[in-house]
Design a protein around this ligand. Structure first.
Ligand code: TYC
Length: 111
């Protein structure tokens, strides 16, 4: 990125004519994606706990707490990942839900 600075003032007290430039090294910062689980009335609590343990590596105690957060609040972020990892998690959860005929919904959103 190139910024054009004022020709006079704090940044350039001498008042040189012409363009002054300031560069900032580009830092690679890939966008991150929140993966969210949505509540519904039919998916068994144990199934949601299993999903959190299996696909998100969350301990059973934490998984139960997180499941209850979704149950009470309607949704919760269950992890933040790069695009590809987030996409894979969503697919894994949706596939498992479909296989078991549960209406569980898992979505991702740019942070
Ligand atoms: N509300 C569901 C029930 O009472 C449990 C549940 C929790 C479902 C979290 C989905 O993402 C969910 N059986």
């Amino acid at each position: 990125m190139i910024q054009i600075l004022a020709q006079n003032g704090d940044e350039n007290p001498d008042g040189d004519l012409g363009l002054a430039t300031k560069t900032r090294p580009k830092t690679a910062k890939p966008p991150m994606y929140k993966v969210m689980l949505l509540n519904d009335d039919y998916t068994p609590m144990e199934f949601v706990v299993m999903v959190l343990e299996r696909y998100f590596g969350i301990s059973s105690t934490q998984a139960y707490e997180l499941m209850m957060t979704v149950h009470k609040k309607g949704l919760a972020v269950v992890g933040v990942f790069s695009f590809e990892i987030a996409e894979t998690k969503v697919m894994q959860v949706m596939d498992a839900a479909r296989k078991h005929e549960h209406p569980l919904q898992c979505t991702m959103e740019k942070e």
